[in-house]
Write a protein that binds this ligand. Sequence first.
Ligand code: CP3
Length: 353
Amino acid sequence: MSAAMSNKDRFLAACRREVVDRPPIWIMRQAGRYMSSYRALRERAHFLEICRRPELSLEATMMAVDQLGIDAAILFSDILVPLTPMGLEVAFDEGGPRLPPVRDRAGIDRLATDVTGELGYVADAVALIRKTLDQRPDPLPLLGFSGSPFTLATYAIEGGTTKNKHALRKMIWDHPDALHALLDKMATVVLPYCRMQLDAGADAVQLFDTWGGLLTESEWREFSMPYTQRVMSGLRASHPHVPIVHYALEAAHLTNVFAELPCDVLSVDHKEPLSLIRDKTGGRYALQGNVEPGVMTCSTTAIAKAVEACVRGYGRTPGHIVNLGHGITPDASVAGARAFVEVAKATGAALWG
Ligand code: CP3
């Protein structure tokens, strides 16, 4: 029977693949529209205003902490936030994010990269959340995050969320040098942006390469990997003990390449069992995930079954952080999310007890 651990120790130990009393759990996009309290906050403030005002970002982050019983808090913000000071004003409307697309060398050359100063409100939000968490008994660990250079570049090229990503394809095939110039700029922004969050009090940082899975292995090696590696290696150098989490969606075909990344945790979707991913990566990474998010719209019985299978499927081996394979959706429920957390905790404690 492992002794009960503090919330911070449990999360950090899981990231380092050390023995825990039970695997920690949090939910990707845990503060969001499925919560009535979040919808009420959105009545008072636009999404971007919540991101820009530290006291509102704090309020959103703490909703998940207070309502769900999760084991880690995550900064409430968005991966697209750094694009605005770069010169691409991001707007959010009913259809999701929109920004002016950049598709040529001149547009890329115009983008600013010295933008950390204009993102000071993100550091302020992290510091405020950190302080608030620390005022409570057994403070939760806090995750900071950024989009990966490739995923940010994809949004910049497409001008928002698109289905076929043909503008990106055109860059890959017709203008690879321009794409590399854009990726270089994104990496130049992302590294100090992550460092700023860590210096403000984040305990770990997650890089979201949400669109990385669109690429073949050789494309990912050329267009995503070197830039993500540059960010990770830079973080390792400046913050050697801070866990780095890498997330990708629909990227099971890239698992072998992820096994070369200088990070601690691979956050994965539901397409492959965690035990298989662990084998493919030589047990050298902690794994975060990987319940299919649609389950969160089903009965609590179904949710319980899915999360129990996930925890037991990983088994009594160090290095599991229970989560979804992608973000929780607006049609999920708080009751379902609570059940997810409770069953994950109980199953994990029974497994490790
Ligand atoms: O987990 C959390 O609670 C932290 C907050 C968080 C948000 N976005 C809040 C958000 C995090 C970690 C993100 C990351 C993010 N944002 C990603 C990577 C993870 C993933 O889902 O793949 C991506 C690709 C984005 C870009 C983005 N932001 C899109 C495509 C959208 C529109 C789709 C949608 O869900 O509305 C957003 C908006 C967004 N980001 C919302 C929230 C709560 C909804 C905004 C609203 O209130 O209307």
